[in-house]
Design a protein around this ligand. Structure first.
Ligand SMILES: *[C@@H]1O[C@H](CO)[C@@H](O)[C@H](O)[C@H]1NC(C)=O
Ligand SMILES: *[C@@H]1O[C@H](CO)[C@@H](O)[C@H](O)[C@H]1NC(C)=O
Ligand SMILES: *[C@@H]1O[C@H](CO)[C@@H](O)[C@H](O)[C@H]1NC(C)=O
Ligand SMILES: *[C@@H]1O[C@H](CO)[C@@H](O)[C@H](O)[C@H]1NC(C)=O
Ligand SMILES: *[C@@H]1O[C@H](CO)[C@@H](O)[C@H](O)[C@H]1NC(C)=O
Ligand SMILES: *[C@@H]1O[C@H](CO)[C@@H](O)[C@H](O)[C@H]1NC(C)=O
Ligand SMILES: *[C@@H]1O[C@H](CO)[C@@H](O)[C@H](O)[C@H]1NC(C)=O
Ligand SMILES: *[C@@H]1O[C@H](CO)[C@@H](O)[C@H](O)[C@H]1NC(C)=O
Ligand SMILES: *[C@@H]1O[C@H](CO)[C@@H](O)[C@H](O)[C@H]1NC(C)=O
Ligand SMILES: *[C@@H]1O[C@H](CO)[C@@H](O)[C@H](O)[C@H]1NC(C)=O
Ligand SMILES: *[C@@H]1O[C@H](CO)[C@@H](O)[C@H](O)[C@H]1NC(C)=O
Length: 863
């Protein structure tokens, strides 16, 4: 009956009878809805006119028997909501296609009133809210597409009532909760797409009942549990995407029953166990993606039966054994990705039969033997990546036949012999990476033909001969690394053409370059420059300051001399400047301080500082690896020395002169590896710390108009950034080093000290009584040492003391009482089990507390 009436109305259409709305109510309802669109495409919906009684003229409206049967308004830039949709006024609506618009708001529950609906497509809109369970009333629904919206909440169980459904696509929303097992009722379903949501929980076994399924995509969710073996029942399945979930367990053998599969993607999960040999039965498979799992065992030989495969990606697993020679049968294969596994043995010669191969990635395995010369047959290869293996022997000159290659990476192997000149034929190459091998001989001049090269990495080999001036032709080069070879001669001036160079590593070669060549300054894109250990002589170029993007400069272990040019200070991005092991002299430019936010000094403390008239030297938080620079003691003006947090080490010993560190007020050697005894002889000097300046009441700041010194010191348990340093602020911080032995009693002479921190060392013996003379001390931290015996009674007279930390030592006896000692709490003493007296619970007898009882509470009760 239905069919007859459709044909009848089509006939009416073609004979150009005017089809009018049988029910004016339908036209009125549609117009009312249209009126709610805030920003409709007027040119499209202009045909919706109150005056027109003919429904055939309305854009996207199709009537049968004068009743609205289809609404198809796809991709029409309609902005609006479904709130005023006439759900009750269109009882004959079967097709509602509104995809690719700008519908917003939620799906009204009244959608369930469109009980004749067969087809509902609201995908690619801005719809939010939940999927109303009332959708389960649409008993005739065959196609339900809500993909690519902002839907939240869980998939209503009621969708499982839609027994007529053939296609269900809820992908690319924000649905959560688990997949309702009721979906297993939808036995006509051919397509089920739930990918790109936040679905969790396991894949219901019931999905395996959906015998009609041809496409199942649950990828990019948070599904866990194992893959149900019931999926093996889906014998019409052509596409199975379960990638990017948290699936665990092994790949069920039953997946191998899915004979119709063309695409199988289980990648990026936590699947373990081995790859089932049964997968070798999936003869129609074109795509097999199992990468980024924890699969182990060897690659089953049966994979070699998958003659339709175009892409095989098993990378980032724990596969071992050798690469099956049978893979050589996969003559449709275009991408072979086996990198990041534990594959061993040699590269089978048979791989070289894969004439369709464009990408071959076998890197990060344990492959050995030599590179088969017949790889040169794979003339469609664009990417060949064999790095981080144990490949040995020569680089076959036949690689030079691979004219389509854009990237060749053979680095970190044991390849020897020389670089074949034939590589110069690979004129599409953008990356040539051969570093960390045992390649010897000269760099072939033919490499100068590789005009498209962006990266050339030949470091860590035994290459000899001169650096070719032809390399200066490679104008696209961004990264050039020739370091750690035995190259000779000078840096060719043609390098001045490499205007795109960002990384230049030439360090550790046997060059005879005189000075730093001035064309280096023309390389204005440079960010990273390593010219260490190449026998550089002469001065550091003033023009280096023009390479404003320089972040890393290493020119250590050369014969550079002269002064550091002030232009260095224009390098505001500089993070590392290593000029160690040279003969650079003179003052560090004053502007240096401005950059220290980024700058990390490495190596030794430059002896050239000896010549400066420094007041403040802050080399803190660097990577300096040196012993204590006692020679700085001769800087008569030095008031602040911070070497905090470096890799400084060894004992601090002083020579005889009594004029050492005369004006020093802040000495911060914390967070280094200084060892042995505290430097008694150093404390004999430090004149400024031994005298209290009564004359100046006004704070005086260090520094002058050129710079404002700032230094971070630990004071009173806080890290203070003293933007300007009070001249009367006196500190010794020797904490977090490896000092041992006794605290020298001479430290009691440093009566101007405000802060003394000796914590976290290996100091032993008793606390010297003399420290009780530090009448200015406000903060005293001796915690985390091996100090023994009693706290000197003299400490009670330290009336400036605000912070005292003696915790984690082996102190015993009674805590002094009176003055500041009323204010200290338990945490000043914790970790000293034998200490007694206020504020601890063990009493001391002389303060009213019971000596023997455990707790203050008990004592108070007993009183
Ligand atoms: C509106 O409809 C007209 C007529 O079909 C079309 O040419 C135009 O591209 C549409 N505008 C938008 C923004 O979609
Ligand atoms: C809707 O119309 C477009 C063309 O405008 C067509 O491609 C599509 O198949 C139609 N959809 C339905 C469900 O009829
Ligand atoms: C929507 O229509 C435009 C042309 O009006 C077209 O370029 C675009 O591909 C269409 N989008 C979809 C998803 O069909
Ligand atoms: C849809 O049907 C329900 C009852 O089945 C009714 O309460 C509701 O009003 C209807 N919605 C509209 C918009 O008529
Ligand atoms: C929806 O509107 C936004 C801007 O509000 C626009 O960028 C987007 O292309 C629109 N989408 C469609 C399908 O018209
Ligand atoms: C495999 O593909 C071929 C050709 O497309 C097709 O004829 C055959 O039915 C497919 N096999 C299965 C089991 O789907
Ligand atoms: C190699 O690539 C060319 C061009 O893309 C293509 O026509 C040819 O079929 C490919 N050869 C093989 C064996 O796949
Ligand atoms: C460095 O080169 C010089 C000649 O320029 C040569 O005498 C010397 O042996 C070379 N050193 C090394 C380690 O190759
Ligand atoms: C640096 O480049 C300029 C042109 O920008 C050129 O005149 C000069 O010769 C180059 N200097 C060197 C040393 O290559
Ligand atoms: C730093 O660069 C500016 C221009 O950018 C220049 O005027 C100034 O001379 C440079 N300073 C030094 C010390 O080279
Ligand atoms: C310091 O340098 C020496 C060699 O000069 C080296 O052996 C040592 O490992 C370095 N220490 C640190 C902590 O880097």
């Amino acid at each position: 009956m239905m069919m007859v009436s459709k044909i009848f109305s089509l006939l009416q259409f073609f004979t150009l009878f005017t089809i009018t709305f049988a029910s004016t109510e339908e036209a009125t309802a549609l117009l009312k809805w249209k009126a709610t669109f805030k920003n409709q495409n007027n040119s499209l919906l202009a045909s919706w006119q109150p005056s027109s009684g003919a429904c055939s003229g309305w854009y996207g409206v199709i009537c049968f028997n004068g009743r609205v049967n289809r609404l198809n308004i796809t991709n029409a830039s309609v902005f609006g909501t479904l709130y005023d949709f006439p759900f009750s006024s269109l009882p004959f609506l079967e097709y509602f296609e509104f995809s690719v618009n700008n519908l917003s708001g939620t799906i009204p529950p009244d959608i369930g009133n469109l009980t004749n609906l067969i087809y509902l497509d609201l995908s690619i809109n801005q719809i939010s809210g939940i999927i109303p369970p009332q959708i389960g009333s649409l008993a005739r629904l065959q196609n339900l597409y809500l993909a690519d919206n902002h839907l939240i909440g869980s998939i209503p169980e009621e969708i499982g009532y839609l027994r007529s459904l053939t296609e269900l696509d809820l992908s690319t929303n924000s649905l959560n909760g688990s997949i309702p097992p009721s979906l297993g009722n939808l036995n006509k379903l051919t397509l089920l797409y739930l990918y790109e949501n936040n679905l969790s929980g396991p894949i219901p076994e019931e999905i395996g009942y959906l015998r009609s399924l041809t496409a199942l995509a649950l990828s990019t969710n948070s599904l866990n549990g194992s893959i149900p073996p019931s999926l093996g029942n889906l014998n019409n399945l052509s596409l199975l995407y379960l990638f990017q979930n948290q699936l665990s367990g092994s790949i069920p053998e039953e997946i191998g029953y899915l004979r119709s599969l063309t695409e199988l993607a289980l990648s990026t999960n936590s699947l373990n166990g081995s790859i089932p040999a049964s997968l070798g039965n999936l003869y129609n498979l074109t795509l097999l993606l199992l990468y980024e799992n924890q699969l182990s065992g060897s690659i089953p030989e049966e994979i070699g039966q998958l003659r339709s495969l175009t892409e095989l990606a098993l990378y980032t697993n724990s596969l071992n054994g050798s690469i099956p020679a049978l893979l050589g049968n996969l003559n449709s294969l275009s991408h072979l990705y086996l990198f990041e596994n534990q594959l061993s043995g040699s590269i089978p010669e048979e791989i070289c039969q894969l004439r369709s191969l464009t990408k071959l990635y076998l890197s990060n395995n344990s492959l050995n033997g030599s590179i088969p010369a017949s790889l040169g047959n794979l003339n469609n290869l664009t990417l060949l990546s064999l790095y981080e293996n144990h490949l040995s022997g020569y680089i076959p000159p036949e690689i030079g036949y691979l004219r389509s290659l854009t990237q060749l990476d053979l680095s970190t192997n044991s390849l020897n012999g020389s670089i074949p000149p034939s590589l110069g034929n690979l004129n599409k190459l953008t990356l040539l990476s051969l570093y960390e091998n045992q390649l010897a001989g000269p760099i072939p001049s033919e490499l100068g033909n590789l005009k498209n090269l962006i990266g050339l990495r030949l470091s860590n080999n035994q290459l000899s001969g001169p650096i070719l001036s032809e390399l200066g032709n490679l104008k696209n080069l961004s990264s050039l690394d020739l370091s750690n070879n035995q190259l000779t001669g000078s840096i060719p001036s043609s390098f001045g053409n490499l205007r795109n160079l960002r990384i230049l590593f030439l360090g550790n070669n046997n060059l005879t370059t005189e000075g730093i060549p001035s064309f280096i300054c023309n390389l204005t894109s440079l960010g990273v420059l390593n010219l260490s250990r190449i026998n550089l002589k002469g001065k550091i170029l003033q023009c280096l300051g023009n390479i404003s993007g320089l972040r890393y400069v290493k020119m250590s272990h050369n014969n550079l001399s002269g002064e550091l040019p002030p232009s260095i200070c224009n390098l505001t991005s500089l993070e590392t400047l290593d000029l160690g092991r040279n003969h650079i002299m003179g003052a560090i430019p004053q502007c240096f301080g401005n950059m220290s936010g980024h700058l990390e000094l490495e190596g030794k403390i430059p002896r050239s500082l000896e010549n400066c008239r420094l007041e403040v030297l802050d080399l803190g938080n660097n990577l300096l690896n040196d012993t204590f620079p006692m020679w700085l003691g001769t800087l008569r003006e030095l008031r602040v020395l911070s070497l905090r947090s470096n890799k400084l080490h060894g004992p601090i010993t002083t020579s005889g002169s009594e004029y050492m560190f005369l004006e020093l007020r802040i000495l911060d050697l914390s967070r280094n590896d200084f060892s042995k005894n505290l430097p008694t002889s150093l404390f004999q000097h430090l004149k400024a710390m031994r005298t209290i300046d009564q004359t100046s009441k006004e704070p005086i700041y260090l520094g002058d108009s050129y710079y404002h010194d700032s230094v971070t010191v630990s004071s009173k348990g806080l890290e203070l950034e003293l933007l300007q340093i009070l001249t009367i602020f006196t500190t010794i911080d020797l904490s977090n080093d490896k000092f041992e032995g006794y605290i020298p009693s001479i430290m009691g002479d440093l009566i101007a000290l405000r802060v003394l921190n000796l914590s976290h060392n290996g100091l032993q013996g008793p606390i010297p009584q003399s420290l009780g003379s530090l009448s200015s001390v406000e903060s005293l931290d001796l915690s985390g040492n091996h100090l023994v015996a009693e706290i000197p009674e003299q400490f009670a007279s330290l009336t400036s003391l605000e912070v005292l930390n003696l915790s984690y030592n082996h102190l015993e006896g009674c805590i002094p009482q009176g003055n500041q000692f009323h204010t200290f709490e338990n945490n000043s003493y914790e970790g000293n089990d034998k200490l007694r007296g206020f504020p601890l619970s063990k009493g001391c007898g002389n303060d009213g507390h019971d000596t023997y009882n455990g707790s203050v509470l008990n004592e108070e009760i007993s009183e």
